[in-house]
Design a protein around this ligand. Structure first.
Ligand code: SF4
Length: 416
């Protein structure tokens, strides 16, 4: 793996999970050890062991020196909620500085998917998202991002998430990772790229690039950098609106990177990686579920040959918007499909586990953070528009049933 943004050898202390292979090799070289010691260290870290005292195949002297050098950033498990017949596990992890983030483990027959966070909070300010409303607090380090996968994997392998929680045929190891938790992964590019390399490392987690999905609201420079990584990682772009005026409000960063620019970046990503891109669409009742949006979305998806994942909005405390009615959801999906685009209505994993982005954290703490200037006021504008359109009769139906799951990526309710 190449170097990440994290310090390779910090003179004071090191979070071992912030070190990539080259970082570990540099460290053991500095300590006068042969290179294969880095392989041994790496193997322990993959197994979730960060205490050098437990790394029994290392010489005692090296273990003692590593104990002095390592300061693992171990998160504390603050909350653990379950849903979907115990097949969805949502973890609230708090780091030593007090910042807390969410990680979700979703178990399916044949795969175990972890949804990870890349930032504490988020500056993108999408007004329908609990995380966006709380604002940005800080970037996570590569070590803190990798650690979320390690924690979930260790829970599976150790039996902490026991057999009773596993669907038949579910693997006992993490097989897929989606960067769809709190934060915008491409706004924390060094940690995101370092984590992708860590997960893909054949001597590490050895995840297939296709089993890794990076989701973004459309940060074009980041999409270009991700393409330069040279791995066919799945790119999922959260459009949520298919016209610029609506997207300016639903995804405020659209003012910096409007739809045409995002679409061009997605097309380039597909060309470079030869990997189909995904479009994520959080369907919000009476906001982005109308025929005009459906037609524009279908046109974009057809041009990109992209797959659309529709996720009905998860009602979020403090956000007035609602999930779409069953009738409007089905009409939207059918209209897009009739116009020749591939679309899947996703299930909303973890609704009863506070599993929408930021909801579990919001239940524990409400912190003020910063938001992109463009995001400020977006909620008010969309709310004002909604007030006008919601004067008519209100639907009384529940949400639509999902299509059969199958298309990647796995998503815990709405996410980035
Ligand atoms: S939806 Fe994603 S990008 Fe938008 S505010 Fe929430 S976490 Fe940030």
């Amino acid at each position: 793996m190449s170097t990440a943004a994290q310090p390779v050898v910090d003179p004071e202390a090191i979070d071992p999970y912030a070190l990539d292979r080259e970082g570990l090799e540099a460290l053991v070289a500095e300590l006068g050890q042969p290179r294969y010691r880095a392989d041994q260290l790496h193997a322990w870290l993959v197994r979730g062991v960060d205490d050098p005292g437990e790394m029994t195949d290392l010489p005692t002297g090296l273990r003692e020196r590593l104990v002095a050098r390592f300061t693992p950033t171990r998160p504390e498990l603050v909350a653990h909620t379950v849903a979907d017949d115990r097949h969805t596990h949502k973890l609230l992890l708090r780091f030593p500085d007090g910042e807390a983030i969410e990680t979700v483990l979703m178990l399916y027959p044949q795969r175990a998917t972890v949804c990870i966070s890349t930032q504490a909070g988020c500056a993108m300010g999408c007004p329908f998202c609990a995380t966006g409303q709380a604002g940005f607090r800080r970037q996570l380090t590569a070590g803190e991002v990798v650690r979320q996968v390690v924690v979930a994997d260790a829970a599976l392998r150790s039996g902490a998430i026991g057999e009773q929680d596993l669907p038949e045929g579910a693997p006992s190891r993490v097989t897929n990772v989606v960067f769809m938790g709190m934060g915008e992964p491409l706004a924390n590019l060094p940690a995101t790229l370092a984590t992708v390399r860590w997960l893909h490392d054949p001597d590490g987690f050895n995840l297939s690039a296709r089993g890794i999905t990076v989701s973004t609201v459309g940060l074009v420079p980041g999409i270009t950098k991700l393409a330069e990584l040279g791995l066919p990682v799945t790119l999922a772009v959260s459009l949520h609106a298919a016209t610029d005026p609506l997207r300016d409000d639903l995804v405020p960063v659209n003012r910096q990177h409007p739809l045409a620019e995002v679409e061009a970046a997605m097309a380039a990503y597909r060309r470079v990686t030869n990997r189909r891109v995904s479009i994520e669409w959080c369907l919000i009742g009476d906001v982005n579920d109308d025929p005009e949006q459906a037609d524009n979305l279908a046109a974009i998806a057809r041009r990109l040959r992209a797959h659309i994942n529709v996720i009905p909005m998860n009602p979020t405390p403090g956000v007035r918007w609602k999930e779409p009615s069953r009738t409007r959801t089905q009409a939207f999906v059918e209209r897009v499909r009739r116009r020749g685009a591939q679309i899947t209505l996703r299930d909303t994993r973890g609704r009863d586990a506070d599993a929408a982005c930021g909801q579990l954290l919001a239940a524990y703490t409400l912190g003020a953070g910063t938001r992109l200037p463009a995001a400020v006021g977006a909620a008010d504008r969309v709310d004002a528009g909604l007030a006008l359109t919601s004067l008519g009769p209100q639907p009384t139906e529940g949400p639509a049933a999902p299509d059969t799951p199958g298309a990647t990526p796995d998503t815990p309710a709405e996410a980035t």
